[in-house]
Write a protein that binds this ligand. Sequence first.
Ligand code: CP3
Length: 338
Amino acid sequence: MSLFLRAAHGHNTPRAPIWIMRQAGRYLSEYRALKEKYTFWELCRTPELAAEITLQPVRRFGVDAAILFQDIMTPLPPMGLEIDFAPGPVFKAPVRSAEAVADLRVPEQDEIAPFVAEAIRLIRAESPVPLIGFGGAPLTLATYIVQGGGSKDYDEFRQFLRYAPGTAHALLEKLTELSIRYLKMQLGAGAQAVQVFDSWAGLHDARLYREFAKPYNTRIFEALAEFGAPRMYIAVEALHLYGEIKDLPCEVVSVDWRAPLSQVRPLLPGKTLQGNLDPAVLLAPEAVVRAEAERVLREGLGGPHIFNLGHGIMRQTDPGRVAQLISVVQAFDRTGVA
Ligand code: CP3
């Protein structure tokens, strides 16, 4: 079994596997070259292009896992939602009423995104490393659907959870069913692990997380258990939620950079930790990248560790720094503890 899958299944590997959140994208010239010719949705919806972009960082850097090139918004248009990218997602008609929620369809598994299944098959035929599929968590998808796009404080969505909790639950129900179907399709097509991105869960307190996130995330992970593929979860700025997150039936939790892995480890017993270099470190000189990466590696020694950034890579990152990071991580010997 590959290093990445062994670590994701809870083994203390002799070195930490590494992949990078948003490892395909605008910091790579080969991605920008394709982006000049096609829109973002065209890149996502053309299997050959999505497969090519997925493989770009694998070829360039020798990362230990590939992540499917798509967006967490990919499964939403077939529900009846119109979304543009500028560059973040913008919804033509934000959903804020019971009627609007009732109008959303939950498409069948094979209708959601056949181009994703095809891209996965193309990637599996070419990739030397395991492929991670992914989707958005219901609460994070709902954040964008209700707010209508990105926002500094997501004021509309945070109001909505208070003034229309029943409508929020109806929306989350539909998104949960959609996510189960979408992720099952990816695993069925050949994805070897899945990551659920709950990027905005950290906006809420533990009480709201217990009501609006935990039961839905639990249902998704339980529905995927039959595949035996590692299930990974990320919530950003969510240290205050780890008392809930520890109960999720998933194998891996991705940790942002705000707390050292050694401090988080006891809060998430039995989980593989993934993370957690601050993406801004990659903007610093090489000596800083080495020192900070080695600090993260040492802090990860107490149990299974997959090296990653604490959140997505920044678009102004020099790919040379990424290559350097990967060589530092791949040279770091953990066998003293393994
Ligand atoms: O990791 C990878 O290489 C796979 C690709 C990937 C994309 N989006 C491609 C993308 C992944 C895993 C995502 C997930 C995603 N998308 C999340 C969860 C992760 C997180 O960051 O918390 C979220 C919240 C989104 C929504 C989204 N899509 C945003 C906020 C943006 C703008 C990002 C920016 O850098 O400004 C997008 C667009 C997007 N998704 C781009 C890419 C490569 C940029 C599009 C472009 O080329 O202009």
